[in-house]
Ligand binder design. Structure first.
Ligand code: ADP
Ligand code: MG
Length: 285
């Protein structure tokens, strides 16, 4: 038998290594919003970050896109460190934006109310020096399933789902390598949620875009991610392949999150019991 020549694995697209952000609270106490958070993401990969409210998910997202500077740790894309010796200026900022884009929970707050969908995309494309702006606009609208009627509409004339499609299109306009979605479907109806999730899965398959998908809801994350990071109170309590996490969670907290995920054979009473038991356990300490 011949052993196949070892092919070195492709280096990860995104490496988050030992990220920490501590906030000083009024009164002098400090709070580790995120502490020693590490994960990698291959090109076209998808990682989920889950945890209840306050676990540090948004802090990690903001560090990834550069809205918050980590106190420790590094973030690199394609081997380029985004955190060390940050170059300032418009060119550097735009180059960083092309690496990682973000979609927020509330699209209405992140869209300019004065601009139609078409104008919104044109603005983003021009800012990044795109050629054939009109052609790219049509492509992007098509990509996210917005028609010509929505293209001429302003945010207040759109549904929440349409607004979020536009926010995704605007993020895609710069051809990012990584898209960070922070609770991006949390405010939408369940049926609209699944439409947007399907859209993201398609875009990822077709373009090789990598996703960092953040949600308090493991049920949402399981459909769109290969790997999952479970956070609690700023720290990673468990991480690994999403399938393994769902089938054989090692951590008590992951099991608790899982108990509230509706699946085939899901028993709501068991979910409630698990929560009660955990709450009682917590109260003893
Ligand atoms: P999540 O997105 O998982 O709900 P966050 O990252 O928003 O969690 O918050 C994690 C913790 O950090 C929370 O306790 C929150 O109150 C705190 N926090 C976040 N941002 C700030 C800030 N700018 N100043 C002080 N504390 C903050
Ligand atoms: Mg958050």
């Amino acid at each position: 038998m011949t052993t196949p020549k070892a092919v070195p694995p492709a280096p990860p697209l995104l490496i988050a290594d030992g990220l920490r952000k501590t906030y000083r609270l009024p009164g002098g106490d400090s709070l580790a919003a995120a502490d020693d958070v590490s994960f990698t993401l291959p090109t076209g990969g998808s990682v989920g970050i889950v945890g209840e409210s306050g676990s540090g998910k948004t802090t990690v997202a903001r560090m990834l896109v550069g809205l918050v500077r980590p106190d420790a740790g590094t973030i690199s894309v394609d081997g380029r460190d985004r955190t060390a010796g940050r170059r300032r200026g418009r060119g550097a900022r735009l180059a960083r934006a092309r690496e990682i884009q973000m979609v927020f929970q509330d699209p209405y707050l992140s869209l300019d109310p004065r601009l139609t969908a078409r104008q919104c995309l044109a603005t983003s494309l021009s800012l990044h020096g795109a050629t054939d702006v009109d052609g790219r606009i049509e492509e992007l609208l098509d990509r996210v399933g917005l028609g010509s009627r929505e293209a001429a509409a302003r945010p207040h004339e759109m549904s929440g789902g349409q607004q979020q499609r536009l926010a995704i299109a605007r993020a895609l306009a710069v051809d990012p390598r990584v898209l960070v979605l922070d609770e991006a479907v949390a405010a939408l109806d369940v049926s609209i949620q699944s439409q947007i999730l399907r859209l993201l899965v398609d875009i990822r398959e077709d373009t090789g875009l990598a996703l960092v998908f953040i949600s308090h809801d493991l049920a949402v994350v399981q459909h769109v991610t290969d790997e999952t990071v479970v956070m609690r109170r700023g720290t990673v309590v468990e991480q690994g392949p999403t399938e393994r996490l769902l089938s054989a969670p090692e951590n008590e907290y992951t099991r608790l999150l899982l108990a509230s995920v509706p699946r085939r054979g899901w028993d709501p009473a068991a979910a409630v019991r698990a929560r009660r038991t955990a709450a009682a356990g917590g109260a003893r300490h």
